[in-house]
Design a protein around this ligand. Structure first.
Ligand code: F6P
Length: 324
């Protein structure tokens, strides 16, 4: 029986993580379960940075981006010694199960802890990258997508005035979901993503098509790791082939991770937080809470991490058709 749960956020923060922490805390307390908040992700678990939360500790946090629990990328947790120390904190604090909010690195860590020390772990997907299998959306993705779209809309004004080519670098680690969807939403001329090979001729064609149209400007979204050197490298190639295009580069960077979560992310995080606590009460473990066709589903953590989610072919096709 689960009496005490630990909750942490880890890896890159994502808007909506606070809503998830709030939901976990309130769902647990309303079911008589004690909540121990762990600060700074796995680093805090190793260092014993733990505080018992009341419902008031999560008051007023739903509109805020970032995470009140702080986040960290923890090298020490990659070692068995680090995980042993983390387990000692779990024992000392009488934590029966962990709810970890983050991306694939967070889930990989949680899985190792559960395999080595038999701690039940539930994952809540919180990452702007939306790169986890078993869920249509991850917490923070929708907010980041809207942030990128607004930035590209703003850039379009100056791109049009100067009849320039803009290369906009978008985050996503190994995944192109943010880039492709933001490109469709902002009416960009092209997207360069890791999931689809894009050769220079295609980019030149897209830019050329854009310049032949009345708008006379082109915006190409470049996923940060789709090509070595990112948007700067693409700009260099374009400038060499077509100096008259005067390409400019905008790297959106960590702007994409901030901001107040959208209604979609707040609702998603709230549902997933409640579902994570329910899963523990139902004796489930080593699963991720996902969303599919607006229904909560539970998938094994191993699958969420290992199976690659592909971008939708129709979206790739739509971008091409709509940018002519
Ligand atoms: O996973 C989220 C993410 O923002 C990725 O899109 C990006 O590649 C990475 O984190 C950046 O990490 P950091 O903030 O540690 O530089």
């Amino acid at each position: 029986m689960i009496r005490t749960i630990g909750v942490l956020t880890s890896g890159g923060d994502a808007p909506g993580m606070n809503a998830a922490v709030r939901a976990v805390t309130r769902a647990a307390i309303s079911n008589g379960i004690v909540v121990k908040a762990i600060y700074r992700g796995y680093k805090g678990l190793i260092d014993g940075e733990v505080k018992t939360f009341s419902t008031q500790d999560v008051s007023g946090i739903i509109p805020h981006g970032g995470t009140i629990l702080k986040s960290a990328r923890c090298e020490e947790f990659r070692t068995i010694e680090g995980r042993q120390q983390a387990y000692e904190t779990i024992q000392r604090e009488n934590i029966d199960a962990l709810i970890v909010i983050g991306g694939d690195g967070t889930f990989t860590g949680g899985r190792m802890l559960s395999q080595e020390f038999h701690v039940p772990v539930i994952g809540i997907p919180g990452t702007i990258d939306n790169d986890l299998w078993g869920t249509d959306a991850t917490i923070g993705y929708d907010t980041a997508l809207n942030t990128i779209m607004r930035c590209v809309d703003t850039l379009r004004d100056t791109a049009t005035s100067h009849e320039r080519v803009f290369l906009v670098e978008v985050m996503g680690r190994d995944a192109g979901f943010l880039t492709l969807n933001a490109a469709i939403a902002s009416g960009a001329e092209a997207a360069i993503i890791p999931e689809r090979a894009t050769i220079m001729e295609q980019i030149e064609e897209a830019i050329g098509q854009g310049r032949r149209k009345s708008k006379n400007s082109s915006i190409v979204l470049v996923q940060e790791h789709a090509i070595e050197g990112g948007a700067q490298a693409v700009a260099k190639l374009i400038a060499q082939a077509h100096p008259e295009y005067s390409p400019r580069v905008t790297i959106l960077g960590h702007l994409q991770r901030g901001g107040s979560p959208t209604a979609f992310d707040r609702i998603l995080a709230s549902r997933m937080g409640v579902a994570a606590v329910q899963a523990l009460m139902d004796d489930q473990q080593n699963i991720m809470v996902g969303l599919h066709e607006d229904e909560i589903q539970y998938v094994p953590l191993s699958k969420a991490i290992q199976i690659k989610k592909d971008v939708k072919e129709d979206k790739w096709g739509a971008l091409k058709v709509l940018s002519i």
